[in-house]
Write a protein that binds this ligand. Structure first.
Ligand SMILES: Cc1ncc(COP(=O)(O)O)c(C=O)c1O
Length: 376
């Protein structure tokens, strides 16, 4: 059944210090990304639709050849850990590669529902380091294999849910003195996720450059733990300080932790209450990242939930425009797409024909079988 629900954020308003996300502060991150052999700016596609105006789609489906944006955060965080271990400050890659033996002795570990693990496996492999990636129960084998193929990782599909799997890898990292590269934060674990979040800023600055710094009126950002949404919201809040675009967080109906957190609105984060069943695997995370929430609780106007069929419709529309978009990749666009034919949704989201909506296609066909099935 088609379902879209919107929850307005009562805590929106007070400014947060986003100076760490400024163009100048994030320059070393872009320097790393652009120095990689596989670096290529990803496309920004401008679409126009009746009723909702312009939609800019930043298409991350080809980022680093990994089919998703996530490697941006993983490679930056791993580079930072390696640089710290070697006692170097933002070194060029050639400098790092001189330390082969030290690199071979480093091991990275993470939990993932797919794309983040691929980024970690790839980045660890790039530097000649070992990596271990653990995945929650229900993960399709094709996603595990894609992680092995991307780089150095030994991959295990566990019988744990995502949150338990994160706890398990955190414990393993402590016991074995491995580096945990997790893309979500909690009270005692902030340093690495903060770097991962910063790693995503490259895509926002590429997009701003491609839009010639035109201010979008709306940004629809899909969230799993919200690290990506927090990063992008922070960049746009920093750049358009006096008038930040209206941000909506988009989640699957059955795994909507930001929706739940905004609904309860007591200043704490809250876990999703749904049944956890969604084809949007990358968004199947039940607990918000605390660092991301600190940003989003001020800048998000609302949180929207979408059912799987709303995402499937969006995948088809994007395919008509020659954009390959996976189940989680299309979710931001899915909200815009649904608003095309819903005056009520347009009213709630304050959209009209003059709107300029920015969305990110965060992945390509990371589950090719399901992609084919949906497009048939
Ligand atoms: C394709 C895709 N889009 C969006 C997200 C959401 O990112 P975050 O967990 O930072 O909210 C993920 C997370 O894995 C993802 O794989």
């Amino acid at each position: 059944m088609t379902m879209i629900e919107l929850m307005p954020n009562k805590n929106r308003g007070a400014a947060v210090d986003t100076s760490a996300y400024s163009f100048a502060a994030t320059e070393p991150i872009r320097n790393l990304h652009t120095s990689l052999d596989v670096y290529k700016e990803t496309p920004l596609i401008k679409l126009n639709f009746p009723n909702i105006g312009t939609v800019y789609v930043k298409d991350e489906s080809q980022r680093f050849g990994l089919k998703a944006f996530k490697g941006l955060g993983g490679v930056w965080a791993i580079y930072k850990v390696i640089s710290d271990e070697l006692g170097l400050n933002n070194p060029p890659l050639e400098e790092i590669f001189k330390h082969r033996a030290e690199l071979a002795a480093m091991t990275f570990i993470t939990t993932t529902d797919g794309n983040h693990g691929k980024g970690v496996s790839w980045a660890a492999g790039l530097f000649g380091c070992k990596s271990y990636v653990y995945m929650p129960k229900g993960t399709v084998e094709v996603r595990a294999q894609a992680i092995r193929d991307a780089g150095s990782a030994t991959v295990t599909i566990t019988d744990m849910n995502y949150d338990d799997c994160v706890k398990y890898t955190a414990r393993l990292a402590r016991e074995k003195h491995w580096h945990l590269i997790q893309d979500t934060s909690w009270t005692s674990y902030e340093e690495i996720p903060a770097q991962i979040i910063l790693g995503y800023t490259t895509l926002a600055y590429e997009a701003l450059w491609q839009m010639k710094y035109q201010r979008p009126t709306h940004i629809f950002l899909q969230a799993g733990v919200g690290s990506m949404a927090g990063a992008i919201a922070a960049v746009f809040a920093e750049v358009f300080k006096n008038n930040p675009p209206r941000v909506t967080i988009v989640e699957p109906t059955e795994v909507a932790c930001f929706y739940e957190t905004i609904r309860i609105s007591d200043g704490e984060i809250h876990s999703a209450t749904g049944n956890g069943q969604t084809m949007m695997a990358g968004l199947n995370c039940a607990t918000p990242c605390e660092l991301a929430w600190k940003i989003l609780r001020r800048y998000a106007a609302d949180a929207a939930t979408i059912s799987d069929d709303v995402a499937a419709d969006a995948m088809k529309v994007l395919a008509e425009h020659k954009i390959i978009s996976g189940e989680s990749g299309c979710a931001g666009f899915a909200l815009a797409n649904a608003a095309r034919n819903s005056p009520e949704l347009r009213r709630e989201l304050e959209i009209d024909e003059d709107a300029i909506i920015f969305v990110i296609n965060t992945e390509g066909d990371t589950d090719p079988d399901n992609y084919e099935k949906i497009l048939q």
